[in-house]
Write a protein that binds this ligand. Structure first.
Ligand code: NAP
Length: 470
């Protein structure tokens, strides 16, 4: 894919970029290694000041930055502004809490024959971040804010269709006060990732994106014995049980499927509804989906803008067409509109069967698969019956059933009676082919730290209790 800004609302090519040469990439890694030496010796208070300054800049520049994201990948301007605000609050969260989250943890010194024993969290060094276009600011920030506050430095390889957002981020942290080289964008295609991953100065990597990209990065990093965090795809279940508030569930289902024009990893994608409330939910859901306003993402009345890429729309269209050809029923949407731009309407498809692609594949667009089940057990089997395990959603007012869903859904998160989302205060990540490792909260900031054991004895001839060495 060429590195370019193409407006998905009309298909116009606005700007292209030449990829950096291997020599330029090498020089950037050198700057990162130098910056790590500087950043490592700064205090949490200094880094916190810079991180808060980055939050201030984001808020001051909110409108122009939001517009840039809308032009590059088609999200509505309203949601782009919300994304900027969410990023600013993540910066503030880690500015305020990193020192506490990474404080030394005392161990039982007496039990290990020490005068002092503790765990210390220390930064690793330059970390490569391979990021997707769907939340072009947030995906990067949820890595960058904790990583920089821990004292790591970042090398961003952003998606090729959001180069201007990447360049904004390249400057943001330097303008906020972080040392030169502490956070840099590498304007390269995915082919350049290997050069960075195998470089001994780069200590770890994180990737948010597709399974295919995740496997490639994990394979190379595994060969190099480097830590990785992978945030990959999902096909989240949204289960509605008889005790649910069906109207409320249908309202949230609509947002959960269509937010970000249907291109969110934790969007609800498979709607699994108990037969007792199936008809009521199906009707309410299809009505709401059909009523969404599709159009110009800059217009504040628009709910759903275009898909980010032409190929993205083709993929969604082919998945729906495949289901229809094999006997599925379309309750609303299902046909691309005439005209410019990569629009696809909110769509609900039911009567799905295992031979259809929509049964197992992630659909990255505003298309919901609707399934009828007769029991809790059937709902769980269907919900867990994919290779993914990112988020999950269950709607029930029965406390015992809420407990069962929390226990039985095989996913990185379970949200009950509310939409799956992410918070700086809670861990985020998946199981199975949705990836491994966690972002956000204490878990996220510790992923790229050396969890160092420190044991201090008296230093006398009889001191120390080491029973054996390894
Ligand atoms: P993608 O093709 O995997 O792209 C994501 C990033 O990976 C881009 O920077 C891309 O670079 C790079 N990349 C692609 N192939 C690569 C390879 N072989 N080696 C190294 N890097 C590679 O993902 P997408 O299809 O654009 O994004 C949608 C997917 O991301 C969906 O599956 C979605 O669920 C997932 N996602 C997951 C999360 C999460 O938190 N779990 C969040 C958002 C999205 P180029 O642009 O240069 O190709």
């Amino acid at each position: 894919m060429s590195i370019a800004t193409i407006n998905p609302a009309n298909g116009q090519l606005l700007k292209t970029y030449d990829p950096m040469s291997p020599e330029q990439v090498d020089a950037a890694i050198g700057r990162a290694a130098d910056a790590f030496r500087t950043l490592h010796s700064t205090t949490f208070a200094e880094r916190g000041r810079w991180m808060n300054a980055a939050a201030d800049l984001l808020l001051q520049e909110c409108d122009e930055l939001a517009q840039l994201m809308t032009v590059e990948m088609g999200k509505t301007f309203v949601s782009a502004r919300a994304e900027v605000a969410k990023c600013a609050s993540a910066c503030r969260f880690y500015a305020a809490n990193a020192e506490r989250l990474l404080a030394d943890e005392p161990g039982d010194a007496k039990a290990v024959g020490a005068t002092r024993a503790f765990t210390r969290y220390q930064p690793l060094g330059p970390v490569l971040a391979v990021m997707p276009w769907n939340f072009p600011l947030w995906q990067v920030m949820r890595f960058a804010a904790p990583a920089l506050m821990a004292g790591n430095v970042g090398l961003l390889k952003h998606a090729s269709n959001v180069p201007q957002t990447a360049l904004y981020l390249d400057e943001l942290f330097r303008r906020a006060g972080f040392p030169v080289g502490a956070f840099q964008a590498l304007i390269v295609g995915y082919e350049a990732v290997e050069q960075v991953l195998v470089d001994p100065r780069v200590r770890a990597a994180t990737l948010t994106g597709s399974e295919r990209a995740g496997r490639s990065v994990a394979r190379i990093a595994g060969q190099e014995i480097k830590k990785t965090v992978l945030e990959l795809g999902g096909s989240d279940p949204f289960v509605v049980m008889p005790s649910a508030d069906v109207e409320r569930a249908a309202e949230v289902a609509t947002t959960a499927r269509c937010q970000n024009n249907g291109q969110s990893c934790i969007a609800a994608k498979r709607f699994i509804v108990h037969t007792d409330v199936f008809d009521a939910f199906a009707e309410a859901f299809a009505l709401r989906m059909d009523a969404l306003q599709v159009g110009d993402p800059m217009d504040p009345t628009t709910d759903v803008g275009p898909l980010a890429t032409e190929q993205g729309r083709i993929d969604v269209e082919e998945q729906v067409d495949d289901a229809v050809r094999l006997g599925a029923r379309v309750l609303c949407g299902g046909q691309r509109p005439e005209g410019d731009g990569w629009f696809y309407p909110p769509t609900v498809v039911t009567d799905l069967t295992p031979s259809m692609r929509m049964w197992t594949e992630e659909v990255f667009g505003p298309v919901a698969g609707l399934f009828r089940v007769d029991s809790y057990e059937e709902a769980i089997d269907l919900a867990n019956g994919t290779n993914f395990g990112l988020g999950s959603n269950a709607w029930t007012r029965d406390p015992a059933e809420q407990e069962r869903f929390a226990r039985d859904l095989d996913a990185g998160s379970v949200f009950i009676n509310g939409m799956t989302t992410s918070f700086p205060e809670l861990p985020f990540g998946g199981v199975k082919n949705s990836g491994y490792g966690r972002e956000l909260s204490a878990h996220g900031i510790r992923e790229f730290c050396n969890t160092k054991t420190v044991w201090v004895g008296e230093g006398t001839a009889t001191g120390g209790a080491g029973s054996h060495s390894e």
